[in-house]
Design a protein around this ligand. Structure first.
Ligand code: ARG
Length: 589
């Protein structure tokens, strides 16, 4: 399905070709001077250089052909060689009505879908989600939904941190506290109890305690390292215990992610790469890529033209333990085997950029993926406090994600309490709606920024009912719903969309017709930012249109029916886009 802009490009390209020029010159863009025209093509300027001709003459020749195309309402050229175009109102009406009638709103769908694994979330067993996990969840989910919407075959994998030293630390911590549990008895041969030995809250305190202790207590650290090694080498009691940890942790994580509308297709973890590690190491050695250095097994990944130093990646340490990079390389092998992806995207903090560089290079050197498989690290910046440093709790600690959500939700609740509209709504329902608004504020406040950039968490700004905020957009959709409901109650019909009767109506249709290009671009750039911008633009265009027209009381019934259809289309489009961003729409606001 071509977008409107692509369709125009096709027509203008054909005109260039007919005039004897390269078709590639006919690329059409949205005009940056909306007051002059809707679309433009600057191909005549490039053609002038290529064919040593006067650009204005070329623009004139092409324009003469375009004038015969019924899609255009107006075509003109201007010095030094711009081609300016307006689509006809009749065409805009037809196009927007077709959007409304189409279940996909004429939005693009990939002709050759890719299989894409998106690695995001990355929570760690026994550690509650904290704000460090916020961005990967929000950005990753939006990218996953975008790619799926565009028709790609997407596998979102949470890639649980369930295998490293942290597991040994928890085991050692628990063994110290409750040494009599059967899991620690090496002579135990019976079945292990089905009930978990600890609750999620106990588990969540075990880890920080054990981690802190290991930093001071060398002896304890060794015990934890040994436990990690034994677990990874299949000690029965440890494996059984670890499975219990995993079970309770995953069910808790699923609840937290559900609150954020984040759903993973796969709940695989670092441990799922374990079966591939031995063969991977053997292959690295066989290919002469891995060698011993100070007892550690390493692979060089530096390239001659590196501007910074890229140290070798450590595959295993002298004590045989494996590292983060080991599991990441082995996970690529597992993914290639299980999903045969064309692309793997990692939505992970910028601060892990070096790690991924090393992992990707080692993987490529060893040919563990085909040359055509693309590996991307989509690095993101930090969410900072107003002091410009990573956001902290009042006492300087790391904030739990649930506390952050609670903070914004109660602020949204307080705002709702002031609102007239919400007067008759029960507190319980208001709480649910406030959570939708709070989370929308958080998500939109994040996604509006380019992923790679840091941003400042500013609750008042994020929750503001005007400006580029989640609540502003939600409010816009709620308002359209309420007009449509009223129309429905009054028995007013929707009908065919008529050619726009005003500037604001035309502008709204043009914004709606540009969404397909925005989605394509967001996908290419792997950044949902543009989706946030177009949502804001559509809301602005809608509000201008809405203020200028009395829709429900319009006496011309065909016009009213057309406007109602346009409202319906705006509603559908905004809901679709918000859904791609995994932002819910409240019933009232
Ligand atoms: N669990 C890791 C962390 O907390 C993030 C995992 C990111 N994904 C990956 N394939 N390395 O830092």
């Amino acid at each position: 399905m071509l977008t409107l802009k692509q369709k125009l490009s096709e027509i203008v390209s054909a005109a260039f070709e007919k005039c004897g020029y390269d078709a590639a010159l006919g690329i059409v863009t949205v005009s940056n001077r909306e007051d002059l025209c809707q679309f433009q093509c600057n191909g005549a300027l490039a053609a002038a250089k290529q064919y040593r001709k006067n650009p204005i003459a070329i623009a004139g020749e092409v324009c003469a052909l375009l004038e015969n195309e019924e899609i255009f309402g107006k075509v003109s050229f201007a010095p030094p060689g711009f081609i300016n175009m307006d689509v006809s109102d009749v065409y805009l009406a037809k196009y927007s009505f077709n959007m409304l009638e189409d279940s996909r709103l004429l939005l693009p769908k990939a002709e050759n879908p890719s299989t894409i694994v998106i690695d995001y979330g990355g929570p760690n067993v026994a550690k509650p989600l904290h704000i460090g996990h916020l961005r990967t969840a929000i950005i990753g989910e939006a990218l996953k939904r975008l790619a799926k919407y565009l028709g790609h075959n997407v596998i979102g994998d949470v890639h649980l941190g369930d295998w490293g030293l942290q597991m040994g630390l928890i085991i050692a911590g628990l063994e110290d506290k409750c040494p009599d549990l059967c899991y620690f008895d090496e002579n135990y041969t019976g079945e292990y109890p089905s009930d978990a030995p600890v609750t999620i809250d106990e588990l969540n305190t075990l880890y920080p305690a054990a981690s802190a202790r290991s930093k001071e207590d060398e002896e304890f650290k060794k015990v934890a390292q040994k436990a990690t090694y034994d677990l990874q080498n299949g000690r029965r009691g440890y494996v059984a215990l670890w499975k219990k940890f995993l079970e309770i942790s995953v069910s808790d994580l699923k609840k937290s992610y559900a609150k954020l509308n984040v759903e993973f297709d796969k709940w695989l973890g670092e441990s799922d790469s374990a079966p591939y590690v031995d063969d991977m190491i053997a292959s690295l050695k066989e290919q002469g890529l891995a060698y011993l250095s100070d007892g550690a097994l390493i692979v060089d990944v530096a390239l001659e033209d590196d501007k910074e130093e890229i140290p070798p990646i450590i595959i295993s340490k002298s004590d045989g333990s494996q590292l983060y990079g080991t599991t990441d390389i082995a996970t690529i092998i597992q993914r290639v085997r299980d999903f045969n992806p064309n692309e793997i995207w990692y939505v992970v903090d910028n601060r892990q950029a070096l790690h991924f560089k090393q992992v990707f290079r080692a993987t490529r050197r060893a040919k563990f993926v085909g040359d055509d498989v693309k590996l991307y690290h989509i690095g993101f910046g930090t969410m900072n406090g107003k002091d410009g440093k990573p956001y902290k709790t009042r006492d300087g600690g790391v904030m739990r994600l649930s506390d952050l959500i609670e903070t914004v939700s109660s602020a949204a609740f307080a705002k709702m309490n002031e609102s007239e509209v919400m007067r008759d709504i029960s507190d319980e329902e208001k709480k649910l709606e406030a959570e939708k608004v709070g989370i929308a504020a958080l998500k939109f406040g994040d996604l509006i920024n380019q992923p790679a950039k840091d941003y400042v968490f500013d609750m008042d700004r994020f929750l503001a009912s005007e400006g580029k905020t989640g609540p502003y957009l939600q409010y816009c959709v709620v308002r359209i719903s309420s007009v449509l409901n009223k129309a429905n109650e009054q028995g007013l019909e929707v009908g065919e969309i008529l050619p726009p009767s005003s500037l604001s109506e035309r502008a709204l249709i043009l914004k709606l017709a540009s969404v397909g290009d925005v989605l394509n671009r967001a996908f290419d750039e792997k950044a949902p930012t543009g989706i946030c911008e177009i949502l804001f633009d559509i809301a602005g265009a809608f509000n201008r249109f809405y203020h200028e027209n009395k829709i429900l009381t319009e006496e011309d019934t065909a016009r009213r029916a057309s406007w109602l259809s346009l409202l319906k289309l705006t509603h559908k489009m905004m809901s679709t886009l918000l859904d791609i961003l995994a932002i819910d729409i409240p019933d009232h606001m």
